[in-house]
Each structure stands twice: as structure tokens, then as C-alpha cells.
Design a protein around this ligand. Sequence first.
Ligand code: VGL
Ligand code: ZN
Length: 204
Amino acid sequence: MQKNSALLIIDVQPDFCPQGPLAVPGGDEIIPLINQLATSFETVVLTQDWHPPGHVSFAANHPGKAPFETITLPYGPQVLWPTHCVMGSAGAALHPALNIPHASAIIRKGSNINVDSYSAFLEADRTTRTGLDGYLTSRGITHVYLAGLATDFCVAWSAEDARAFGLEATIIEDACRAIDLNGSLAAAWARLAACGVQRAPTLI
Ligand code: VGL
Ligand code: ZN
């Protein structure tokens, strides 16, 4: 892989894998492929979804609301999720089967109690940056390849924002799994195509 490419591994955490509170079907199946892909990249960045217990995206913090309902917040619509990835909990750790010792940065996102952050670049208010754009740009990265969970939420939003920050973006489909809530996967692929995100089955 060229020096100007980075692998971005999104939210491969126990809470998104089978047995977890927000399990993505087959979420843990992608880990061997991700470990293998990572060996081809000099620059590898991992993200962790990382929420305080009182986070606004948790249905449990909205009396009378159930997981997977949508509410309206000051920054727009917000899906309410089961409590997941509470900062410091075992379910929020990087998945123990990940084996990527040369990964150079870990970005934690969603730590603001009032704002969700599907994207690795920008919070849901669409203005607060995580700093990932600066990290990548300062290392000369012009193309990000994306893998992880979930295709239709955090992977998709991260890929769209990569394009907005002027990067080429390719989603490695076999290295992702989706939640697919009410057609969210098809909707995500349509948005991704419209902003020029490329789609590859795998790189191996
Ligand atoms: C995610 C829902 C809530 C994800 C994170 O990683 O796709 N989805 N928080
Ligand atoms: Zn989350």
C-alpha cells in the first residue's frame, strides 16, 4: 500500500459484537481480515465509540423511550440506542482479538454527553472536530481505506466526512458489517456513492 494511504478501523469493540448490547450481526467475523489488512498499511488508526453513562444517545436516559426510536435533538434526528461503549468498560475496549501493534493512533469519539459522534472526524453537531483530519493531513495521508462497524452508521459517516475533508475514501466491504435498521444500509450506500466513496470487496 502506498505511503499516502491509511487504514481506518472503526469501532471494533466487544459491545458491537455478538453477545454485546448493540451486537452487529457477524461483527466479530471481520477481525481476522482486518488484522491481515493492517499489515499492508504503514499508517493504521483505530477508533473507539466512547460514551459517558449519561449519554444523550442512550434510550435509558430518555424516560418512556425505547431503543431504536428516533428523537429530535438540537443538531437533528438521533436514533436512541441500547446503552453501549460506556467509557472505561470492558465492552468499550478495543476487541481483544485485534492484533495490530503498529497502529499509531486511537481516536475516541462520542464523549460529549450531549452530542453523539458516528463519524471519526466530526461530532453530530457537524462542527466539532475529533482532530483526525489534522492527524492524517499532517502525515501526508490522501486516501483512507475503511473497515469495521457498523457499515451503515460509523463507517459510512466517517467515509462521508473523509470526502468532505478532501480525502479519497474506500470502504473495504468484506471487512465491515452493518446494523441495517429500517433500510439504513441501502440509504448509506446511496449517500456514499453520491459523495464519491469507493467500494472494494477486499484488498487481499
Ligand atoms: C455505532 C450506533 C451507535 C457504530 C455507534 O459504531 O456504528 N452505531 N454508536
Ligand atoms: Zn455509540
